[in-house]
Design a protein around this ligand. Structure first.
Ligand SMILES: [Zn+2]
Ligand SMILES: [Zn+2]
Length: 263
């Protein structure tokens, strides 16, 4: 499997992705808002974009579909539950569906509601798995639930699906928010030893060449995976004095999401 991350440098800080078959050069474009960037890279690589996949229905992920379809004739794939809102979808996807790219690449669809109720994350069937996480999981953060989402469902997605993936899984999110998210981590958990050096790195690095982080690393500094950390809980109880001494992870997650909304 060939995987390229494309930094949009737009105001929404989108990352786009191309996944291609090493055998045939057929390629899948994921959330190609700045579709010309995707097309240019595919041409430089000698790949043909034959499929487009939207992780969810928000316009900052689907707004490039029409242009890229016009340019390539690619088929559009999206969560079956989001298809009518996106329009022009050729294949509706559900949990466990496999997307094939050429004869040799298989990617599994995870049904990951929370940011919206019809959100797909993609998991590659490769020795080191790659997770294309859309707006569900960001580096050091979690998606918001402002536009059609549900924090309770997001919590379930985190604990029942994302946290259980192999630790070596590489995380490829839909936006670049690392520094801002690490500032939240340090606000919530000032003694987090992994977050401070990474924040220095994040402030210095060009998103186009940013290091890809693994799920094991995320669990060290992503507050939304650190629901039993004593310092996260202590700081949370300072903000919400009614919380019990050992709150349920679910409660911690929902309170963190609430704080992040207005932080
Ligand atoms: Zn979104
Ligand atoms: Zn987005």
């Amino acid at each position: 499997m060939l995987l390229e991350r494309i930094w949009s440098a737009n105001k929404w800080r989108n990352f786009h992705y191309l996944i291609a078959s090493p055998r045939t050069g057929e390629a899948l474009a994921i959330d190609p808002l700045e579709w010309r960037l995707c097309l240019d890279l595919a041409r430089r690589k000698g790949w043909q974009i034959t499929q487009i996949l939207n992780t969810h229905e928000h316009l900052d992920h689907t707004g490039g579909n029409a242009g890229l379809v016009r340019a390539t004739g690619a088929k559009v794939l999206a969560h079956a539950g989001a298809a009518s809102r996106i329009g022009g979808v050729d294949r509706g996807l559900a949990r466990g569906d496999v997307v094939k790219v050429g004869p040799d690449v298989e990617i599994e669809c995870l049904d990951t509601p929370g940011h919206t109720l019809a959100h797909i994350c993609l998991l590659s069937h490769t020795e080191q798995p790659a997770l294309i996480s859309g707006d569900t999981l960001f580096n050091a953060g979690a998606g918001n639930c402002h536009n059609g989402g549900d924090p309770e469902r997001l919590y379930q997605t985190f604990v029942e699906q994302l946290a259980r993936l192999p630790e070596t899984t590489q995380v490829y999110p839909g936006h670049e928010y690392l520094a801002r998210n690490l500032e939240f981590t340090l606000d919530r958990e000032p003694d987090n030893r992994a977050a401070a050096p990474l924040l220095d790195e994040a402030r210095r690095q060009d998103p186009a060449s940013a290091r890809v982080l693994t799920l094991a690393e995320e669990k060290q500094f992503n507050t939304f995976f650190r629901l039993t950390s004593p310092s996260v809980i202590a700081r949370l109880r300072a903000a919400f004095p009614e919380l019990e001494a050992q709150p349920e992870p679910r409660t911690v997650f929902l309170k963190l999401r609430e704080l992040r909304n207005r932080w």
